[in-house]
Design a protein around this ligand. Structure first.
Ligand code: ADP
Length: 591
């Protein structure tokens, strides 16, 4: 409690006031005692002279009496007793040689010689003397005042008047009591006053302390008011300004932090910050996803333990050694390819390194597809072109002279050219669909309007191949939102394959049925089926399940079908087992 500034201000004042009151009390009581004693001494001296005047004849007689004459002693003693009663004091008449002539309170005959008493010595020397002594006769302090009577030059006797000092001591005690009460009262008043003044002075400081504590706890809302213009007021004002500025800076920081965290949360690249010791400091959700980590487990743990691949650690190590950016691409898990770029964070976070992870899987896939596409196109073109080259060479080398053979060769050349133009046409079609250059005229269309014409177009082909082709569509199916011509093309492509890959006497069924918000179309056959290995890839461009078995197709039919279905907002998939037939299904949204 006494450590507070309030008490540090109040306490010295209180001590000062108490000390001065105490000193004043002591000085005052001593002073008063002295005055009292002086007065009393003067009064007793006067009384002694008075008594002297009254006893003068007796004293003269006593001094002048012959040794054998009648003694005045009993009379003096008698007078002393009477006068003592009148004065209310002890009275002693002492001869110049110190013999006690008369005494009010004792028997003079039994009393010792008084020549050595200080008041007697002083009275004989200067006319008057006094002394304060403890009286063994009476048992308390007494003031003795002796007067040489009638004068010091020619004295008859020393008249001594004494009073007990217990009365004046009780007066003094009373006075001291009053002084003490006053001191106490003033002290209490001083304490209260000092406490009040100190409280007034320190309350703005307390407010400031409170506000500073709140600020330290992160609450910047409360503001201490500037009370007055003194130093504390100025301090409060400065504090207010500081708090306003802090709040502004805090808000700016919060906004910046919000932005940064939003960017980190939403960015598709993985971000990881690793400190000098190789401990993970921060990672964003994308990094969690890419590296299959949990932030709460990874943060604080070593990079080599957190990320289960040596490459990021290697890149971090090199970056730390060289102090320069590093990068590497690695296959993190099956089919996931990541690129990691390490950058030192220099000034922003000395010693820390930023690892940026970029998912390269899709890019790698596209690159692979492009490579496959080019090799596929050239491969597909090479066969008919080689055949054409061989046929023209044969014709030039003499077959022209043999008209029947020449006609046969020409027919074969025509077939090859047809195959080439079909492939070019399909490629063009695919690229137009892929690049969105084929606008779909979507309108409510009855499913039978899609299935019917496709069936008509391939009926004859199925018949020639000795296959039964049937349609199983409910009549009350809802309309779908489709471009009829393009939707027919999907069914035609699927039917075409079904007929192509189903041996004689097989069955091909086209069906349609509602499926939630869609109508599901399916083409089922009892053909050769597709192996589980090929099944996921048959919708890719140029993909043919069995390359050795030349089906005469281009491998583009299903890719075109997939693009058309997706342009309609549906999905396409295939289910098949080798040797057991296949079912191709696709959905088109209901109008
Ligand atoms: P293609 O012009 O070669 O038929 P597609 O893209 O239409 O090209 O088909 C790709 C491959 O899918 C075909 O080469 C074939 O191996 C397989 N395939 C498609 N439909 C069927 C089916 N109904 N039965 C068996 N295999 C099929």
């Amino acid at each position: 409690m006494f450590r507070s500034i309030r008490w540090r201000i109040a306490l010295p004042y209180v001590i000062l006031i108490l000390a001065s009151m105490l000193a004043l009390g002591v000085i005052l009581s001593n002073f008063l005692r002295q005055i009292y004693l002086d007065d009393l001494e003067a009064q007793l001296a006067t009384e002694a002279r008075l008594v002297g005047e009254a006893l003068r004849p007796l004293l003269e007689h006593s001094v002048g009496a012959p040794a054998n004459g009648e003694s005045a002693a009993p009379l003096i003693e008698q007078a002393a007793r009477e006068w003592a009663k009148t004065l209310g004091a002890r009275l002693t008449i002492i001869a110049l040689d110190g013999v006690v002539l008369g005494e009010s309170d004792d028997d003079p005959a039994l009393m010792s010689n008084h020549a050595d008493r200080p008041e007697v010595i002083a009275a004989l020397r200067s006319g008057q003397g006094s002394s304060i002594r403890f009286s063994h006769t009476l048992g308390y302090d007494m003031l003795y005042v002796g007067v040489a009577f009638p004068n010091p030059q020619n004295p008859l006797a020393v008249i001594r008047v004494a009073v007990a000092l217990n009365r004046i001591q009780s007066h003094l005690a009373q006075l001291q009591g009053i002084l003490f009460s006053a001191t106490l009262f003033v002290a209490v008043l001083a304490v209260l006053l000092a406490a009040w003044i100190a409280a007034r002075a320190s309350s703005p400081l307390q407010q400031l302390t409170h506000a500073a504590r709140q600020m330290a706890a992160g609450e910047l809302s409360d503001q201490p008011a500037a009370v007055n213009i003194d130093e504390i007021g100025q301090l409060t004002q400065a504090f207010n300004q500081m708090s306003v500025q802090l709040r502004q800076q805090f808000r700016t920081l919060e906004t910046e932090r919000g932005k940064l965290s939003a960017v980190l949360q939403k960015m598709s690249d993985g971000v990881l910050i690793v400190d000098q010791q190789g401990l993970v400091q921060l990672l964003n959700p994308a990094a969690e996803r890419m590296l299959s980590l949990l932030a709460r487990e990874a943060v604080g743990s070593p990079l080599a333990e957190a990320v289960r691949h040596h490459q990021p650690f290697e890149v971090w190590r090199q970056c730390q050694e060289t102090g320069e950016g590093q990068q590497a691409t690695f296959e993190f898990s099956r089919r996931i390819v990541l690129q990691v770029v390490a950058t030192p964070l220099d000034q922003a976070l000395p010693g820390s390194i930023l690892l940026l992870f970029h998912d390269m899987t899709r890019q790698r896939q596209i690159e692979r597809l492009r490579r496959d596409f080019i090799s596929n196109v050239s491969h597909e073109l090479r066969t008919p072109l080689a055949a054409l080259k061989a046929l023209t060479e044969t014709l030039r080398d003499g077959a022209l002279e043999d008209p029947p053979a020449a006609r046969r060769f020409l027919a074969r050349m025509e077939t090859e050219v047809d195959a080439l133009s079909l492939m070019v046409a399909e490629l063009l079609e695919l690229s137009r669909i892929e690049s969105g250059h084929v606008p779909l005229m979507l309108q409510p269309t009855a499913p039978m309007e899609i299935v019917g014409p496709a069936y008509e177009r391939l009926c004859l082909q199925a018949e020639r191949a000795n296959l039964s082709l049937t349609v199983e569509c409910a009549e009350d199916l809802p309309d779908v939102l489709a471009d009829a011509g393009r939707a027919q093309q999907i069914v035609v492509n699927l039917l075409h394959n079904a007929i192509k890959f189903t041996p004689e006497n097989g069955q091909v069924i086209v069906a349609c049925e509602p499926q939630g918000r869609f109508v599901c179309f399916s083409v089922r056959d009892t053909g050769i089926g597709i192996s589980a290995e090929d099944l996921p890839r048959i919708f890719e461009r140029f993909y043919k399940a069995d390359r050795s078995r030349s089906s005469g197709g281009t491998g583009l039919g299903l890719a075109i079908a997939r693009h058309l279905v997706e342009a309609h907002g549906g999905k396409i998939w295939a289910e098949s087992q080798l040797g057991q037939g296949s079912t191709f299904s696709f959905t088109i949204p209901i109008a």
